[in-house]
Design a binder for this molecule. Structure first.
Ligand SMILES: Nc1ncnc2c1ncn2[C@@H]1O[C@H](COP(=O)(O)OP(=O)(O)OP(=O)(O)O)[C@@H](O)[C@H]1O
Ligand SMILES: [Mg+2]
Length: 379
């Protein structure tokens, strides 16, 4: 068992508040990912859990036991850093066995454990090599192996893949996901990489300025961002966020007008909104497309066409200074300076009040079932 719980945890560096009261529950075997802009406190929070950073206020508990004053070695955790920090003069096997040796584990037992973990990580043939004789990905696997041999209750990772090239990152991402399943361990993982966060996490924690903006499953955050910050942070390319003003308020719909003059009816609860109020309409590039001539929508000119092969991102300038990114099929015959029409489906839109908070959606979101899709059958 390894539940980690943070209650109103704070960290001050002198007069600077790096973490401003974070409460979070990480359940046994959960894979939790911290994301957020540089400097938001991801590493600080992880290091406080690890015991490498003191806790200014609040409580950290692991399996119900308060850990604030317990030393890092006695917390049952292992941390893997971006810089692998391997001992260059030791072989792979000795690097992996190092903590066991410190703990006084007998040689035969050490060797058995190292061999077992090397098998899991496909490091068997490399055990005699020094770190300098390994590729980046192999070194990263040694760093992970060194954490695994200790059989920690909780693994803490701080951007472990960010030194690797793109192809290796994809491979290691899949290996880590498999490892999470086979070790049945609790993992807390910091990353800047959207794809890592979306694909690996059971739960994503979005941080900004030392506070949690939202916690939820990847698809929860994607479909139901609770505020403008999360809406703009999760998703790539980012959500289009367009200034708008309310023109009509119905029992289950708010109609808004964009700067282009286009009206969009969004199925949300108006709350205190009144006609004339300023709001922000959010719509993801992948939820827009080009309309046929004569359709209603936002008319504009293509300024840039980013062709990625499978998809093309069109940067469209419309009236009133509005810029829109629209994702279309890779082979759509559209060129720079073409005039295009972009229909906006209110069911695919998010609406944010002047306070930046999302208005509550009414009715069923067209993609709501995605989050509840049954798991594929396995054989
Ligand atoms: N020892 C320190 N003394 C003073 N301020 C610090 C110290 N360590 C971190 N900070 C500050 O605390 C804030 C959070 O830092 P932290 O390293 O946790 O950010 P991060 O989210 O991990 O960023 P990045 O994505 O760049 O790694 C930053 O503003 C940083 O400057
Ligand atoms: Mg960091």
């Amino acid at each position: 068992m390894a539940n980690v719980s943070l209650r109103e945890v704070r960290k001050d560096y002198g007069s600077f508040e790096a973490i401003k009261g974070v409460s979070l529950d990480v359940r046994d075997r959960e894979f939790v990912v911290f994301v957020g802009p540089s400097g938001c406190g991801k590493s600080t929070l992880l290091r406080m859990i690890a015991g490498l950073e003191s806790i200014t206020g609040g409580d950290l508990e692991i399996d119900g036991r308060r850990m604030n004053e317990v030393g890092p070695a006695d917390r049952g955790l292992a941390m893997v850093f971006q810089s692998y920090a391997l001992y260059p003069h030791m072989s792979v096997a000795d690097n992996m066995a190092f903590s066991l040796r410190l703990a006084g584990v007998p040689a035969a037992e050490r060797e058995r454990k190292v061999r077992e973990v090397a098998g899991i990580l496909q490091l068997g043939p490399l055990l005699h090599r020094k770190p300098g004789e390994l590729s980046g990905g192999q070194r990263q696997r040694v760093a992970i192996g060194r954490a695994i041999v200790r059989q920690p209750k909780v693994f803490l990772f701080d951007e472990p893949l960010s030194n690797l090239d793109a192809a290796l990152r994809v491979r290691m991402r899949i290996e880590l996901a498999k490892l999470h399943e086979s070790l049945a361990a609790t993992m807390i993982y910091v990353t800047h990489d959207q794809v890592e966060a979306m694909t690996m996490a059971d739960k994503i924690v979005v941080l900004q300025g030392g506070v949690i903006e939202q916690v939820g499953s990847p698809l929860d955050l994607y479909h139901h961002p609770r505020n403008l910050f999360v809406a703009g942070f999760i998703g790539s390319p980012t959500m289009n966020l367009l200034p708008a003003s309310v023109t009509a308020v119905g029992p289950a719909t708010v109609t808004v007008r964009l700067a282009t003059g286009t009206e969009v009816a969004v199925p949300v609860l108006a709350g205190p909104l009144r006609p004339g109020d300023a709001v922000t309409l959010g719509v993801r590039p992948e939820h827009l497309n080009l309309g046929a001539d004569g359709a209603s929508g936002v008319a504009g000119e293509v300024l840039v066409a980013e062709r990625l092969g499978g998809a093309t991102y069109l940067h469209v300038r419309a009236g009133g200074g509005t810029m829109l990114v629209v994702q279309v099929d890779g082979d759509t015959p559209v060129h720079v300076h073409d005039r295009v029409l972009v229909p906006v489906d209110g069911h695919r839109c998010h609406l944010f009040g002047a306070d930046g908070l999302a208005l509550e959606r009414t009715g069923r979101h067209p993609l709501a079932d995605v989050t509840r899709a049954p798991r594929p059958l396995t054989h």
